[in-house]
Design a protein around this ligand. Sequence first.
Ligand code: AVJ
Length: 329
Amino acid sequence: AWREEPEALEVELASGSTALAEEVRTGLVKTPKRLSSRFFYDAEGSRIFQEIMHTPEYYLTRSEYEILETHKTELLQLFVADQRPFDLVELGAGDGLKTKILLGFFSEQQVDFAYAPVDISSDALDGLVADIQRQWPDLRLKPRHDDYFNSLHQLSAESDARRIVLFLGSNIGNFTPEEALDFYRQLHDQLLPGDLVLTGFDLQKHPAVIHAAYNDRQGLTRAFNLNLLRRINRELDANFDLSSFDHYEVYNPETGEARSYLVSQKSQTVTIRALEMTVPFQYGEIIHTEISRKFTRSQIEQLATKTGFSVSGWFTDCKGYFADVVFVR
Ligand code: AVJ
């Protein structure tokens, strides 16, 4: 019946659940089953991810922090090279911990800029904004609770400041190669000549280092992955038994892809009442939940040139684990 009555379905669901409902409805009938990592970040998922960033295995955050701290002067030189004020537009800002290195330094240097964090989660955005106002009351803020590309479009209509887009933390790694190309093509459409994009890329390295980053000993990555099922239980009135699913991760050094799975540890049937749907699982059957792609330098350079950008800055940590790369439009 729900197929004929989409409005009725939307009313029944907790607010914000419709995108998740659509993902579950379509993803769990695929072979293999899949759910997008976009849905990891409810309040609990965001909290677990904060903890993952502090585990000894998850090197990504520390590497990028080191890069920004070590190279903030050179980055600033690139950002102000054309003498214009700039809008620092951060896509998917999160808690802004790494960005604060730049915000603090730029404020101290009395740089003429505004910070425009963009996030589709208003909770995350409000927290970040309050936090920044407390720390730097004079900093100009232009928060956008919106879709990435809409926000860029709006910002360009409002002022003629140079736009510098930040996409940090290897969030780009969650895209398939086609999605990544599409992402930079859309940025290219929304930006003007001279605008910059600073992206954090996780680089290919010893496979064991990468594998460990997604299999921390405390089991936080496992909890993070399983939390997706807990979210579906809560928001879509489902009955996933979390103790009968396991976390499994593979890193394939030939493709540079780390992939996360949830594995059914027995033959079972799950009911998702808000979707009037039952989902059978065989013993050992998987749900694919995340791709975290690792890049080579030449892949990154190709990504830039194929989408109309050129590489104007390349910064890595001392181990060469991670790169923050500046593309110029
Ligand atoms: C926030 C998408 C960069 O892929 O490394 C952490 C998320 N997944 N542990 C990543 C994540 C498992 C993370 N990103």
